[in-house]
Write a new protein. Structure first.
Length: 280
């Protein structure tokens, strides 16, 4: 299974790819406010690439539980200067983490080459058209509700089948807009409308998602379910738990892992890949 776009090619039969997180926000749950200036953001991106990041995911709106939405203009003001500056300095793909079509379009024009939509193409009906227009890959994620209300007692009759069906419908939405099959990546949405036990079950049964025939992205980095398992550890105390969740995800079928701690996780992924693919 391969993903080819622009001048990039990912071969998922050979390795797991690292997506480094850059939140240009004042309120993200772990790194909010750390990289709010363009200079700090660029320095962090360069550091993540030096540490082994294959993709940089840039977001300008916090999607932590309970987060309030920001306007299109505010989101553009946060991400576009960073994307413009970063795209001139680096040679890895830049992903724009947004569910707003206008933000996605301007970001692509500024240098982004992947769209990461937490709504699975549901929140903005114009998003599929924009993705198709620019012929970029799209990550479609499962979410139950919205960031503002998604963690208010989420429940499922059948967790894995319901998430798979949601992602299947997102794939249909994408294809109906003309997006090519081989440009779609799926994400089961760890922490987006899930209880801790839901997140653990998703990781345990991640192989079930391979039946959709798409690369799988997983985002477990420092999330609250890890803190719950580790005796209510705060975000800064969840590194080892994140590493364990990353390894389990890779061995169960993840092709891309989205992480904050690229240097540390590069070694974790390399070891997991050696087990999975027989690399040395």
């Amino acid at each position: 299974m391969k993903l080819s776009f622009r001048n990039f090619e990912f071969d998922f039969l050979k390795k797991t790819y690292l997506m480094g997180i850059l939140n240009v926000t004042p309120d993200s749950f772990f790194d909010g406010g750390r990289y709010f200036s363009v200079k700090d953001a660029i320095d962090h991106v360069i550091r993540m690439i030096d540490e082994g990041a294959d993709i940089i995911d840039i977001g300008g709106e916090s999607t932590r539980p309970g987060a309030e939405p920001v306007t299109v203009d505010e989101e553009l003001k946060r991400v576009i200067p960073v994307i413009e500056a970063v795209s001139k300095r680096v040679s890895v793909p830049i992903s724009i983490d947004t569910y707003k079509a206008r933000v996605a379009e301007v970001a692509i024009q500024a240098g982004a080459t992947i769209v990461n939509d937490i709504s699975g193409l549901r929140f903005d009906p114009e998003m599929p058209e924009i993705v198709n227009k620019y012929r970029v890959p799209v990550i479609v994620m499962h979410i139950k509700g919205t960031p503002r209300d998604m963690q208010k007692n989420p429940s499922y009759n059948a967790l894995i089948p319901e998430i798979i069906e949601y992602l299947r419908e997102s794939i249909v939405i994408a294809k109906s807009a003309g997006i090519q099959e081989n440009m779609i990546i799926i994400d089961p949405g760890i922490g987006f409308g899930k209880l801790p036990e839901h997140n653990l079950e998703i990781i345990k049964k991640l192989k079930d998602f391979t039946h959709l025939g798409k690369p799988i992205l997983i985002g477990v980095s420092r999330k609250s379910f890890i803190g719950k398992v580790l005796n209510d550890a705060p975000p800064e105390g969840r590194l080892e738990g994140t590493a364990a969740a990353v390894v389990a995800s890779i061995l169960n079928g993840a092709n891309i892992v989205r992480v904050h701690d690229v240097g540390f996780m590069y070694k974790v992924v390399k070891m997991a890949d050696a087990i999975k693919f027989g690399l040395c």
